[in-house]
Design a protein around this ligand. Structure first.
Ligand code: NAD
Length: 481
């Protein structure tokens, strides 16, 4: 079994302590390989390296940094089979989906490189004669990038790409369960000829390695994606040295299906998208509110679609849904389904693990539809983050808007109606960062994601807005009298 290394100051190294831990193939429960378990002293070296590399990297021209990211995009394309292989084996992503992620990764990197050359500052209106005052975009500095396990490759590059291109230096800490993919990602990035110390990788648990990064005085910014509770811990830790924090956190996203919606289309498209990546996506709807007059039709069409989903080993080309990424996450979703049953919900399909080989060995859960839910049920109140969809009934628009907004999250929402003005009225009332009308959530690099609604995040990601988060606006005033 291979033991991997971390990347600090341009070299592949072991930890000072020599400790390692295993990552597991979620389809088989077998060990895939071992990675270093970093300690405070390793984090310290990585932060020092990033600080030393900062002056040179931040002063490089924007066009040279953009070219480095374009080289990286080419390398990702060249190495996409290895990346796909790891997404499949370390995360359990079905191979067809993993190939889509690899192609999207190249596209996103090209986008990042291109728009970076259009980032602008601002000249301010003159109020003192013979002076010019302007805002110049400058990098924040040393950026700790802490990623979740749920879409591992896309998460890493969507944060590391814009951080580097804008002149910051980085220390990546991938989620423990996706550590080997973090190593491969860094190996590929190394080939793009980055100066020493610009990109560093440390691996290990969030509680120790993540904490060492977020409390380190040499780190200027934390770019984090993960659970809201972890985000709160990081905000507290980072506040001691007043770091900039940008965070994409949890969601419990409502989708509203009105009486006048195209119900069949809504049910088919939403069901078709819901279980991709085993519904381990922050944008997956947590609550479908369906008008009482079209409720039965929606549940029937939705469940029929779900029954047709091919659950299987992720390396099988026919598989549409693979395992969950970890046993811990599987058990959490099983707990939500159990409490939903106890609280009176109806399991229309799924609800259990497959019992026949080979799926009985991995972290599989059959795609589940939970109907007749009520707003107070645990499964409706909390973020499920797994393959179970909750369906609830509503009777008026006023009621459904209130229910949709009654959440500690506010990441995104969906609205289905054939009435254009109703769609806009509901959209205006929803307290969320993004709304998708008559479509499930779609991602492209141009679209921003996240924002500042309730406990779903701080700051934007993706698009130009997400890139600007990695820059500060330095004010300069010059007299020419
Ligand atoms: P998590 O919060 O458990 O872990 C995320 C990362 O934080 C991991 O690398 C982990 O090791 C690290 N970490 C854990 N404790 C830490 C600490 N005290 N200090 C520093 N780092 C620490 O999240 P997860 O289980 O990997 O991911 C699932 C969550 O991520 C869900 O809540 C999901 O909604 C959220 N998410 C949100 C978005 C979004 O765009 N809003 C996208 C993807 C995932």
């Amino acid at each position: 079994m291979q033991t991997y290394k971390m990347f600090i100051n341009g070299e592949w190294v072991d930890t000072e302590s020599g400790k390692t831990f295993a990552t597991i193939n979620p389809s088989t429960g077998e060990e895939l390989g071992r990675v270093p378990q970093a300690g405070i002293e390793d984090v310290d070296k990585a932060v020092n390296a990033a600080n030393q590399a900062l002056p040179e990297w931040s002063k490089m021209t924007q066009s040279d940094r953009a070219k480095t990211i374009l080289r990286f995009a080419d390398l990702v394309e060249e190495h996409s089979e290895e990346l796909v292989d790891l997404e499949v084996n370390e995360h359990g992503t079905p191979i067809m989906l993993a190939r889509g992620f690899a192609a999207a990764a190249v596209d996103q990197l090209e986008y990042i490189a291109c728009i970076s050359r259009g980032l602008m500052g601002q000249v301010l209106p003159q109020s003192i004669p013979n002076t010019i005052g302007y805002l110049q975009r400058v990098p924040i500095g040393v950026c700790a990038v802490i990623t979740p396990w749920n879409v591992p490759l896309m998460m890493m590059l969507s944060m590391i790409g814009p951080a580097l291109v804008t002149g910051n230096t980085c220390i990546l800490k991938p989620a423990s369960v996706s550590s080997i993919l973090g190593v491969k990602f860094t190996e590929i990035l190394e080939k793009a000829d980055l100066p020493r110390g610009v990109m560093n990788l440390v691996t290990g648990p969030g509680g120790s390695v993540g904490d060492a990064l977020t409390t380190h005085p040499g780190v200027d910014m934390v770019r984090f994606t993960g659970a809201s509770d972890t985000g709160k811990e990081i905000l507290m830790a980072a506040s001691q040295t007043v770091k900039k924090c940008v965070m994409e956190l949890g969601g419990n996203n409502p989708v509203i299906v009105c009486e006048d919606a195209n119900v069949e289309k809504a049910a088919k498209l939403q069901a078709g998208r819901h279980y991709g990546n085993s519904a381990q996506n922050c944008s997956t709807p947590g609550r479908y509110y369906v008008h009482e007059n079209v409720y039965d039709e929606f549940v029937e069409v939705f469940a029929n679609e779900v029954k047709g989903i091919n659950v299987g080993l992720p390396w099988d080309e026919k598989t549409a849904m693979g395992p969950m990424a970890s046993l811990q996450q599987l058990e959490k979703v099983e707990y939500y389904i159990k409490t939903a049953k106890e609280q009176g919900a109806r399991i229309v399909c799924g609800g259990s693990r497959p019992s026949t080989p080979p799926l009985d060995k991995g972290h599989f859960l059959m795609p589940t539809v939970v109907a007749d839910c009520t707003h107070d049920m645990t499964i409706v109140r909390e973020e499920i983050f797994g393959p179970a969809a909750c369906i609830l009934k509503f009777s008026s628009e006023e009621e459904v808007v209130k229910l949709a907004n009654d959440s500690e999250y506010g990441l995104c929402a969906g609205v289905w109606t054939e009435n254009g003005s109703k769609a806009m009225k509901i959209t205006d009332e929803l307290r969320v960062d993004s709304v998708f009308i008559n479509m499930p959530r779609m991602m492209t690099p141009e679209f921003p994601w996240g924002g500042n609604v309730r406990q779903s995040g701080v700051g934007k990601s993706d698009s130009v807005c997400g890139m600007e988060e990695f820059t500060d606006l330095k004010f300069i005033c010059k007299s020419y009298s």
